[in-house]
Structure formats: structure tokens, C-alpha cells
Design a protein around this ligand. Structure first.
Ligand SMILES: Nc1c(NC[C@H](O)[C@H](O)[C@H](O)CO)[nH]c(=O)[nH]c1=O
Ligand SMILES: CC(=O)[C@@H](O)COP(=O)(O)O
Length: 139
């Protein structure tokens, strides 16, 4: 059993509830402990994971968020920079699954948040488990 922290950017409550449910279901099915931390938006996720990782209280992390394109370039910043921050932490050895969905509209988001459809929350949780297993394998 390992200690997982789900760091969710709660920008769209109903979509986050679905994604967190998928991630939690996957983690608990694998026998792991799960806590959830909420931050304002996807741009805050990498920093929150860095702080939580430095605390030593958790073994792995799942990033959960929803970024829906609006009228401006901000979509590219939020989507790209949250992914870049998570990738930088992963390359530094932090086991993180990225469940931040970046979509054009609500319909696309619903399909990906629903654990009975594309289950991106569960997918991210399984990726985090896989990275944690690799870290244990390589020491
Ligand atoms: N537009 C979305 C955001 N924007 C907020 C940023 O993530 C950030 O919280 C803000 O710029 C303050 O630093 N966040 C999402 O998660 N999803 C969006 O669609
Ligand atoms: C992804 C976003 O930042 C988006 O929700 C913001 O919308 P807008 O670009 O219309 O300000």
C-alpha cells in the first residue's frame, strides 16, 4: 500500500467530481491510501505537488483538472504550463499521473471525465501507480 495525493484544480465542480471518482476508484482498487487536495486552477497544480512531495508525506500524486478553451490564448498557457510543470517534476523522479483534461468544449470534457467512458481520472491514477512501481524497481 502506498500514500497517494490527488491534487485537483476545482474549476468545474461536476467534471472534477467525475474525474476524482475515477482516480480514487482506481487507486483504492489497487489497495492504496488516497487523500485529496484542492487548488484554484491547473496552473497551481505543479507547485502544490512540489510542496507536498517535499513534505515526504506522500509516495505518488495524481493531477486532476479541466481546461476548456475560451476566447483567448490563456487556454494554451494553462494547458501547456500545467503539463510542463508536471513533466518537470516527473523527470525529477516524482511519480505523477496527469489527469488534467484539455478540451474544446463540455461535451468532450464529459466523455473524458466519466469513468464508464474514457475515464481519464482512472487512467492518470494507473499511470502514477506505474511510475511508483518503476521508482521502487530502480531504487
Ligand atoms: N481557465 C482555466 C483555469 N484558469 C485558472 C488558472 O489555472 C490559474 O488558477 C489562474 O491563472 C491563477 O493563477 N484553470 C483551470 O484549471 N481550468 C481552466 O479552464
Ligand atoms: C482555459 C481558460 O483560460 C479559459 O477558461 C479562459 O477563457 P478566456 O480565454 O475566454 O478568458
Amino acid at each position: 500500500m502506498a500514500r497517494f495525493l490527488i491534487v485537483e484544480a476545482r474549476f468545474y465542480d461536476h467534471l472534477n467530481d467525475m474525474l476524482v471518482d475515477g482516480a480514487r476508484s482506481a487507486l483504492e482498487a489497487a489497495g492504496h491510501e488516497v487523500e485529496v487536495l484542492t487548488v484554484p486552477g491547473a496552473l497551481e497544480i505543479p507547485g502544490a505537488i512540489a510542496m507536498a512531495s517535499d513534505s515526504g508525506q506522500f509516495d505518488a500524486f495524481v493531477a486532476i483538472g479541466v481546461v476548456i478553451r475560451g476566447e483567448t490564448y490563456h487556454f494554451e498557457i494553462v494547458a501547456g504550463e500545467s503539463a510542463r510543470g508536471i513533466m518537470a517534476l516527473t523527470m525529477d523522479g516524482v511519480a505523477i499521473g496527469n489527469g488534467i483534461i484539455t478540451v474544446e468544449n463540455e461535451e468532450q470534457a464529459l466523455a473524458r471525465a466519466d469513468k464508464t467512458r474514457k475515464d481519464k481520472g482512472g487512467e492518470a491514477a494507473k499511470a502514477a501507480i506505474a511510475l511508483l512501481d518503476l521508482r521502487k524497481k530502480f531504487g
